[in-house]
Design a binder for this molecule. Structure first.
Ligand code: GLP
Length: 260
């Protein structure tokens, strides 16, 4: 893992957006993996600006969401596909239908999950995936205690996630759907290239466990230690429990010099 700590939300978004530009310049028809949530939003906003300026194009790209609440109507504002479409997809130049997500409104969530896993395989896999992280260490909606090699599956959400996400549902934990359909950890590990963004003190414990702890289903994001191309972009607060933060920063800066 490469771990870099940056001073501002703007700097984080700039670095992540620059990576999208590199990926799409090298491969205009790249398959992109999208996370929802507050962590990638500034990056998406920056990409809208870059697209408006003609500095990046999504015209030939395809996209896959990481996860989706189960049981929310498609037009609910917190339906992840609706949210991502409103915040980002509709603001750049993706072709109609180029971005898909798990179908959380089907009677058989297992069949919907298997169908989505197949769609990812049929698309040739994800070239570049952006991730956030939950305070309990989940990525996508892979909660503690699952399988480190899981494929797309229905996932019961744990209490911490319901509490964390209640802020998007009028602060009412009872309105948060109790389960989701999520790409599995094994699915995410197949992405060729990954950036994970985390900001804020509330993410610090999960980040330390992911980067410096043992690989364990207690902290699902720790499975990323097995991936050979992960860049973790943090603010100072999210990095605050890392024991070797200064060393990671030193390595990052030296590697940028080598690549320059
Ligand atoms: C949700 C999503 C994750 C996201 C996480 C963190 O549970 N399923 O994909 O990474 O929340 O969200 P945020 O970036 O808003 O803190």
């Amino acid at each position: 893992m490469n771990v870099v700590t940056l001073p501002s939300t703007e700097a984080i978004a700039e670095l992540a957006a620059k990576h999208y530009v590199e990926v799409l310049t090298a491969k205009p028809d790249a398959v992109l993996g999208f996370a929802t949530g507050s962590s990638p939003l500034p990056t998406y906003n920056r990409l809208v600006e870059l697209c408006d300026a003609g500095d990046v194009s999504f015209a030939d790209a395809r996209g896959f969401l990481l996860d989706e609440y189960a049981g929310l109507p498609k037009d609910h504002p917190q339906n992840y596909r609706t949210w991502l479409n409103e915040q980002f997809i509709s603001k750049v130049n993706f072709q109609e239908g180029a971005v898909q997500g798990p179908e959380g409104d089907k009677d058989d969530p297992f069949a919907a999950a298997a169908k989505y896993e197949k769609a990812l395989v049929d698309a040739g896999g994800v070239d570049f995936q952006i991730l956030g992280i939950g305070t309990d260490g989940h990525i996508a909606f892979n909660e503690p205690g699952g399988s480190l090699s899981s494929l797309t599956h229905p996932q019961v959400l744990n209490e911490q996630t319901l509490v964390d996400n209640a802020r998007f549902f009028d602060g009412d934990v009872n309105q948060v759907p109790k389960y989701s359909i999520t790409q599995g950890l094994g699915t995410i590990l197949r992405a060729k290239d990954i950036i994970l963004i985390a900001q804020g003190e509330q993410k610090a414990e999960a980040i330390a466990a992911m980067v410096e702890g043992g690989v364990s289903v207690r902290w699902p994001a720790s499975v990323l230690q097995f991936h050979n191309s992960v860049t973790v972009i943090l603010d100072e607060a999210a990095a605050s429990q890392l024991k070797e933060k200064d060393f990671y920063q030193y390595v990052w800066e030296r590697e940028q010099e080598l690549r320059a």
